[in-house]
Design a protein. Structure first.
Lengths: 224, 224
DNA sequence: ACATATTGACTGGCAGTCAGTCAATAGAGT
DNA sequence: ACTCTATTGACTGACTGCCAGTCAATATGT
């Protein structure tokens, strides 16, 4: 109807944000492109003027998200005053243990109806984190705190294990199971990176250390 | 048209098999329920008489598959003449290294268009293998070959790492990267299970040890 | 006048539904 | 034993509603 022309970048961002909000509340699969454009107040065709497909907008959102998270981890890795071992501890506490807190906005990814999207985001996360974490491990090896012949592969294995195994959208553990698994992560890291026994011991488990479990966003059901 | 009544079990199997064949050739997402019933020679409603949804038939196929694979691993685990360490070696060579060979029929799962299905099959595999592998590790610990405080968690971590990381539908590594990663699996296992150095050394890599890479089934494209 | 942004009706395809048909069979009445 | 009939279970296929993606037309800014 009333036709409004905007700066393309602005329009694109509008669409991106609307899509993100809808994916969060309804889930990816249950969000129709027609929903998105309705919320932006724009015609269906406009969507396809800016994005090749529904999947493409999802990919764009994932990239944004992964990039945002990379900043935290990069800040730790680039701190030249920290030994590798200390960096690794910080990455675990500041990044992995916080996934449940910081990812509220991305929690919709963990819903089953978003499997492809979700998987892609985990894969991208692994690929983005690997080089940075590898350099941390290599530093630790040089400093004698770690011992491994394949730092990169150890990191990849660790990332896949942590990200997939502790993802409530993939493995729905009970709180008890989760507790045990979290206890075991310390031992796993020690062994994987060849650190001294107790180096990554989980001393006390703060309640919000428990990642995502039970914080799963309730997705609006189809029949309210 | 010509109405044919059959033994329900037989009918159900017919539908199951037709679905499997179609999922293999076209992929899950691209197979319509109408395709399936056309191939069985039955009406659309008949499908929904036997299965609640398209996803349900997929789950049924996954269960069948996982169950079939469990037999191999159970046979190894139940062999009371074998020490735990030897069992683990066999599981790796007979089960994981063969995934590429034996799973031809299930390769369609590794296609991107089947993400949810694929993920479910991996999760079910992890959950099915875990108890059996855990008892193997525990046996190894009793025999002094392994050393770990959390056998179950070590097994889960290992399974997730191997199954997800080496799945070409999830992580599309180049042959070179894959080679390096396979070399590293030995070290990873030693550390994870606390075995002696070299216990799981990959001595020679047979060409077909490379799991699934490049054996990815070519899915019929939509526009031939 | 030209490029660029925007429109919205339209297409094709698909999952799932539903009211009803048909065949076999169990059982009641004889 | 033998029909007749009620009931059940298997099966049908047209239909609904939804949705991703297309496109020719059209408005807007420069």
């Amino acid at each position: 109807m009333a036709r409004v022309t905007k700066n393309p970048e602005e329009r694109k961002t509008e669409i991106l944000l609307a899509a993100e909000r809808l994916f969060q509340s309804k889930g990816y699969e249950r969000t129709a492109v027609s929903d998105i454009v309705k919320h932006v107040g724009v015609a269906q065709g406009t969507f396809y003027y800016y994005f090749k497909s529904k999947e493409e907008i999802a990919d764009a959102l994932i990239d944004r998200m992964v990039e945002r998270q990379m900043e935290i981890i990069r800040r730790i890795a680039d701190d030249s005053s920290l030994p590798g071992y200390e960096k690794m501890v910080r990455v675990v506490t500041d990044v992995f243990m916080r996934r449940g807190e910081n990812l509220d906005a991305e929690e919709y990814l963990h819903h089953e109806s978003n499997a492809l999207l979700h998987q892609k985001s985990l894969v991208k996360t692994v690929q983005a984190y690997t080089p940075v974490l590898t350099s941390i491990v290599e530093q630790g090896v040089r400093e004698g705190a770690f011992r491994t012949e394949h730092p990169r592969e150890a990191v990849e294995f660790f990332l896949v294990g942590v990200l997939f195994l502790f993802d409530p959208g993939i493995f729905p553990w009970t709180p008890d199971e989760l507790e045990t698994k979290l206890q075991a992560v310390g031992e796993t890291m020690e062994k994987l990176f060849g650190a001294d026994k107790g180096a990554f011991a989980v001393k006390r488990l703060s309640p919000n250390a428990i990642p995502l479990l039970d914080r799963r966003k309730r997705i609006e059901s189809p029949n309210p």
